[in-house]
Ligand binder design. Structure first.
Ligand code: MF3
Ligand code: CO
Length: 251
């Protein structure tokens, strides 16, 4: 038995969409400010101000003791990078993950952005990771199973010569940041719960240029690739409907 996947009513979906639009807006605000010399703390401050101005609460701050509004992960950092006085540098790739709680519902999304000019290899990693997310969303139709999402991501990413992170997964989302079911970025097709109308999933491929193994740093959060290779992360909150998947983390 699969435990407790909470299907959402259309009113609930509208509330998640409202939260999702605020997350998308915050990411847009930060996008404009990704340049060499800006500190990751300044970006965190901007994001927090934006979420609060829109009537929301940062979803990650305080979650299991996480200290800040955004997770900001540079180059070989995979996820959960903590904002600091570190300055972005030309050629970096920077993943920004933002969650908000608004009117009782969560929205969650992430993007990876180039800082100035980046190498063509880094650019390809970003393109493949983002494309794997959109391919996964495209196949998220009623009747498919959760692991069809997983398998779509894994096949596309490995086909490009990269590896998918296994130690962190996507998730259901709604009144909680993390709900059932887990949505891994790897696995056999045709397994796990069937997708149903009203399921809301945060689909979030994390892709390493080298091996999939990770190391968590001393601070207990910042996660890096074991081999030091670059890593990218894209995420959307998506609802399954009778008319196909809809992205809720959009403006
Ligand atoms: N998008 C990630 C997730 O949903 C971010 C969580 S960061 C944490 O798991 F700080 F909240 F843990
Ligand atoms: Co998430």
């Amino acid at each position: 038995m699969f435990s407790m996947i909470i299907l959402k009513s259309s009113q609930e979906i509208e509330r998640i969409r409202t939260a999702g639009a605020v997350v998308a807006g915050a990411l847009e605000e930060l996008k404009k400010r990704i340049y060499p010399g800006i500190t990751t703390r300044e970006l965190d401050k901007r994001a927090e101000e934006f979420l609060i101005k829109k009537g929301g609460t940062p979803a990650f701050k305080g979650y299991k003791g996480y200290p800040d509004t955004i997770c900001i992960s540079i180059n070989e950092e995979v996820v959960h990078g903590i904002p600091s006085e570190r300055k972005l540098t030309e050629g970096d790739i920077v993943s920004i993950d933002i969650g908000v709680l608004l009117d009782g519902y969560y929205g969650d999304a992430a993007i990876t952005l180039p800082v100035g000019r980046i190498s063509s290899q880094a650019k390809h990693l970003l393109e493949v990771t983002e494309a794997s997310l959109y391919k996964a969303i495209d196949i998220s139709v009623i009747g498919k199973r959760v692991s069809d999402i997983s398998n779509t991501i894994q096949c596309y990413v490995e086909g490009a010569g990269y590896s998918v992170v296994r130690d962190f997964v996507g998730h259901g989302i709604g009144r909680s940041l993390h709900e059932e079911p887990p949505v891994p970025n790897y696995g056999e097709p045709g397994k796990g719960p069937r997708l149903k109308a009203g399921m809301v999933l945060a689909i979030e491929p994390m892709v390493n240029m080298g091996g999939h193994e990770l190391i968590i740093l001393e601070n207990g959060w910042t996660t890096v690739t074991k081999d030091g290779s670059l890593s990218a992360h894209f995420e959307h909150t998506v609802v399954i409907t009778e008319n196909g998947p809809l992205i809720l983390t959009m403006l």
